[in-house]
Design a protein around this ligand. Structure first.
Ligand code: BGC
Length: 795
């Protein structure tokens, strides 16, 4: 391959080379017909493949998010998931999927916690490697991100992370090291700085990434993370997005002036050509991928979601017997979150809510009980029609100086204009719909967006305002723009002509076109809050079992912001407490990607953590609640009782610096050091059968344990092995995860589980390299970091 790369490189002049090291557009690498190189679209990732556009007309399969995947503790599951991701990528003409996200859960408030796997580097690293192998096995590139120490969102573009060499090597770099070992073809570097140098120019790109780890793929910048022209002298190979800015003509001038050597560009081009050969964009065609029918994709997403759900408490109420009457309450039962907010968003073509999933299996009554927030939600398709076609949805018109450029029928009332070709030429976007009230009362009707916004209801202008972005993060233009609304009292069946006119003004970002999120939003009338609350409690009282589905929102758990509280929004805690008081058989299902406080957890019969489980949430939940399958998840992150007790919490930089002062004590290691008991420890999770375990044998670095399913139904057991070093000359965690394996056993079945502990689990970074402290380590084996009944000594 190397000869071929040199041969092609020799045919390119400087302009031709520079065209390749910046994107061609927002989500596309440049091609070059003269050398037979195709343009290469890339896409977010990681829990589905959005494609180049953020558009419901081109939907995607929505998979469980990072924390859910990690909760399976089963890297083997990623083979199928990777095949589906590759198939989705190929269907959308995508050459690289921007994932997995393998930063760590340093603090539970981190806005992208849901997207990352775990607080533990080994669990993260195993899953990262499995994800990379599984996707790339089908000729589509993965792109582990964000290298490195991008573990929170506050001031994410500028924060300077100070992290000691040992924590960096043993914790934050480790998952990337494993991803490189697994053969990653592309890695994304981060927005933040480490030790004073922004990551797109950081020496960590040279050593260890391209140096001792031997990474020969492409380092792509996070989007807009390249800050200067001269950064081209450093380790980032590809500046995204395009078209070229810093690394276009300004770089050509610097090279001609002799300030930057052309050889620096050659090295980047070599890597990009190697990537193109690997993904079939040069010399040959992309490989074919497995075929996923809708049914096969849905079955997989449903199975993985159930495999990820963590039952942290169960007094025996679960699984539910057939025909149990269920009162389903909680806002997230009807309008759940399938995925977290931000660039990880995909638009599924099909979803099943908990109400839909449970009602298909059991006799169910439902009311929300409380609202999650006072915000507008995108107008449901059941209440808006496109005046032009009469179909559910809206009509969107693009105009330039009064001339119509095009009209689209859209079946979503949330539009994300990013790379939309019509928007690129437009000066005004007009959204038009007929809203039909399906219940009587006070409707709030409005719009979320920025720039100059006008809202006309039945031809009368009710809002006409210049709206400025109210967030420090520019991504909020897309993800969470400000809202404006008015109230209209409507009878059921009343119709209102709604027209939103947005003057795009400065929405165009030079080079990238229009970047704007615009939502036609409503807030439906609801009975007075107290009445609605009481109605939910009465439903719960009347049923055999109450299932309360609580959760967070897209605004709370999202890229771009860290959380300010771990409390559930709205009156959800009150609702759980009141329902539990009315019905002792109350099951709480938590729909969040990251830990939340659960002050009622000891007063309810069962607590099931469902994460952001992807599009088949409801079906998977019904499977688990009825016992059709076991809840297969174990906690990939410690679940605190209260935010105040979290040992590593703060993500706010001081004078631009975020100091990882805790060093190697992150996650359960920090809890162990603090001596505080969390609500539920790392690794914890219950199934529906019973087990006996024993016969621990350690031979070399292999740990063997015998497990027997002593119950009367099949079950999953996750054997976890930790190491500790009771007397040590160096600072160490109390104990640390060294290996794990998931097994399933039929009733009465016995299996011996072998876990090979990697050499690295015994090593520490001594400042210059990896070292093993002579002497004995203790191996502790069990089912969570707190439940380790089997121990042995290993030298
Ligand atoms: C995110 C990346 C993402 C990229 C492209 C950035 O803001 O940090 O994770 O892949 O946007 O959408």
């Amino acid at each position: 391959m190397d000869d071929r790369i040199e041969e092609l490189l020799a045919t390119l002049d400087l302009a031709g080379k520079l065209r390749l090291i910046s994107g061609a557009s927002l989500f596309r690498l440049a091609g070059d017909p003269a050398i037979g190189l195709a343009e290469m679209p890339v896409s977010d990732g990681p829990s589905g493949v959005r494609g180049e556009n953020w558009d419901e007309r081109d939907p995607s399969v929505s998979l469980p998010s990072g924390t859910a995947i990690a909760a399976t503790w089963d890297p083997a599951l990623l083979d199928e998931i990777g095949a589906l991701i590759a198939a989705e990528a190929r269907r959308k003409n995508v050459y690289a999927v921007l994932g997995p996200t393998i930063n760590l859960h340093r603090s539970p408030v981190g806005g992208r916690h849901f997207e990352c796997f775990s607080e533990d580097p080994l669990l993260t690293g195993e899953l990262a490697a499995a994800y990379v192998r599984a996707v790339q096995a089908h000729g589509v590139s993965a792109c582990p991100k964000h290298y490195v120490a991008n573990d929170s969102e506050t001031d994410r573009f500028t924060v300077d992370v100070r992290v000691g060499a040992r924590a960096l090597r043993e914790l934050y770099l480790y998952p990337f090291e494993r991803a490189v070992d697994a053969g990653a073809w592309m890695i994304m570097d981060a927005y933040n700085a480490v030790d004073g140098v922004t990551m797109t120019e950081n020496p960590l790109l040279d050593e260890p990434l391209k140096g001792s780890w031997g990474f020969d793929g492409v380092v792509v910048s996070d989007w807009t993370a390249v800050r200067t022209t001269d950064s081209a002298a450093h380790g980032t190979d590809l500046c995204m997005p395009g078209p070229p800015y810093f690394w276009g003509e300004p770089l050509a001038e610097r090279i001609r002036a002799g300030a930057i050597p052309e050889s620096a560009v050659d090295e980047k081009v070599r890597r990009i050509l190697r990537f193109a050969i690997r993904v079939g964009a040069l010399d040959g065609t992309p490989r074919s991928t497995p075929v996923f029918t809708d049914a096969r994709a849905r079955d997989l997403v449903r199975a993985v979601a159930a495999e990820a759900m963590v039952l942290v408490r169960n007094d025996g109420v679960l699984p539910l017997a057939p025909r149990t009457t269920v009162a389903l309450v909680g806002p997230s039962a009807g309008e759940p979150r399938y995925l977290g907010g931000g660039s990880a968003t995909v638009i599924p073509g099909h979803t099943t809510s908990p109400v839909e999933g449970l009602a298909a299996t059991l006799p169910v009554t439902y009311t929300a009980g409380v609202r999650l927030s006072e915000d507008l939600v995108p107008a449901p398709l059941s209440v808006v029609t496109d005046p032009a076609t009469g179909e559910p949805g809206l009509s969107v018109r693009y105009l330039a100086a009064g001339t119509e450029l095009g009209v689209q029928h859209r079946s979503a009332s949330r539009l994300v204009l990013l790379g939309e070709p019509l928007a690129a030429r437009a000066t005004t976007v007009e959204v038009h719909a007929r809203l039909r009230a399906d219940v009587a009362g006070a409707w709030q009707i409005g719009v979320a967006g920025v720039w100059h916004i006008r809202l006309d209801l039945d031809g009368t202008t009710v809002i006409d305002e210049h709206v400025a972005l109210d967030s420090g993060d520019p991504a909020a233009v897309l993800l969470d723009p400000p809202q404006r609304q008015v109230t209209r009292t409507l009878a059921a069946g009343d119709e209102v002509d709604v027209r939103v006119v947005i003057d795009l003004g400065a929405a165009a970002v030079p080079g990238f076109g229009v970047v704007l999120g615009a939502t036609l939003g409503v807030r439906r009338p609801q009975r007075p809050d107290d009445e609605e609350f009481a109605a939910a409690v009465e439903l719960a009282r009347a049923a055999e079992v109450a299932v309360v589905v609580v959760g967070t929102t897209e605004q709370i758990e999202s890229e771009g912001v860290d959380r300010t509280t771990l409390r559930l929004p709205g009156r959800q805690d009150d609702l759980v407490a009141a329902v539990a008081a009315a019905n002792p058989r109350t099951v709480v299902v938590v729909n969040s990607g990251a830990p939340v406080e659960m002050p009622w957890r000891d007063d309810v019969a069962a607590v099931l953590l469902a994460w952001f489980p992807g599009q088949e949430f409801g079906a998977a939940l019904a499977d688990v609640l009825t016992g059709a399958v076991e809840p297969g998840g174990r906690l990939p992150t410690t679940w605190p009782k209260t935010m105040a007790e979290v040992p590593v919490l703060d993500t706010t930089p001081v004078d631009g610096v975020l100091d990882y002062a805790e060093g190697i004590h992150v996650g359960y290691r920090a809890w162990l050091r603090a001596g505080t008991a969390p609500a539920y420890p790392f690794g914890h999770g219950l199934g529906y059968t019973t087990w006996s375990t024993g016969g621990l044998v350690v031979a070399g670095r292999t740990v063997s344990l015998t497990v027997t399913n002593t119950g009367d139904r099949p079950g999953k057991h996750v054997v976890q092995a930790y190491l500790s070093r009771p007397t040590s000359a160096i600072e160490r965690p109390v104990r640390w995860l060294a290996g794990f394996a998931a097994v399933t056993c039929a009733p009465g079945e016995t299996r011996t589980v072998d876990i090979a502990l990697p050499r690295r689990a015994f090593e520490h970074w001594d400042g210059r390299g990896w070292a093993v402290e002579p002497g004995a380590f203790t191996v502790l084996v069990g089912t969570s970091v707190e439940d380790l009944p089997h121990t042995a000594t290993v030298s």
